[in-house]
Design a protein. Structure first.
Length: 175
């Protein structure tokens, strides 16, 4: 077990829904072994109300959640990241700062619930789906045997979480 928690930065373009959701999930599911952060290339004016309501519904502490710039985490004095995970294709394609400490990086594409259209039920479903995807991926991530994997093996496992998590679940076979 590490002496200090491993820092994980989740990036999205606007930092209003997906990345804030991931930050909250890893802070709870990481059980003190991981500390989550989130940021965006072009942070929105604040957290998306639906994301905050969904996190509260699932019992997450949202008191410290706010939108932040990714540049804040590349500045001197910022916490050093062990992992940096992009959650949207826009963030994955943008040039990122050079992160101090050479963190493991990955892309776990998750559709943007804040861009969902349609009626209230369709939008609520988009937020629920994003939460479920992030919950599943983060649950797999925090259970990786970090101390027993070398960097290439760890990179491979984290990349696989992003690739395999993007696949739709296999329907159950009839009995």
């Amino acid at each position: 077990m590490p002496e200090t928690p491993r820092n994980v930065l989740f990036l999205c373009h606007g930092n209003s829904a997906r990345s804030l959701t991931a930050e909250a999930i890893v802070n709870r599911e990481g059980r003190g072994l991981f500390r989550g952060f989130s940021a965006g290339a072009d942070p929105a004016g604040g957290p998306h109300p639906r994301a905050m309501a969904l996190l509260q519904h699932h019992g997450h502490d949202i008191s410290g959640l706010r939108t932040k710039s990714r540049d804040d985490f590349a500045a001197p004095g910022a916490p050093e990241m062990d992992f940096v995970v992009t959650l949207c294709d826009a963030s994955a394609a943008e040039p990122c700062p050079v992160w101090p400490g050479r963190p493991v990086t990955a892309h776990w594409g998750v559709p943007d619930p804040a861009a969902a259209t349609g009626g209230d039920a369709a939008i609520a479903l988009a937020f629920s789906d994003a939460y479920r995807m992030l919950q599943s991926r983060i649950a797999a991530f925090v259970t990786l045997p970090m101390d027993r994997l070398d960097r290439p093996a760890l990179q491979d496992r984290i990349d696989r979480i992003g690739r395999e998590g993007a696949r739709p679940p296999t329907p159950p076979r009839p009995a």
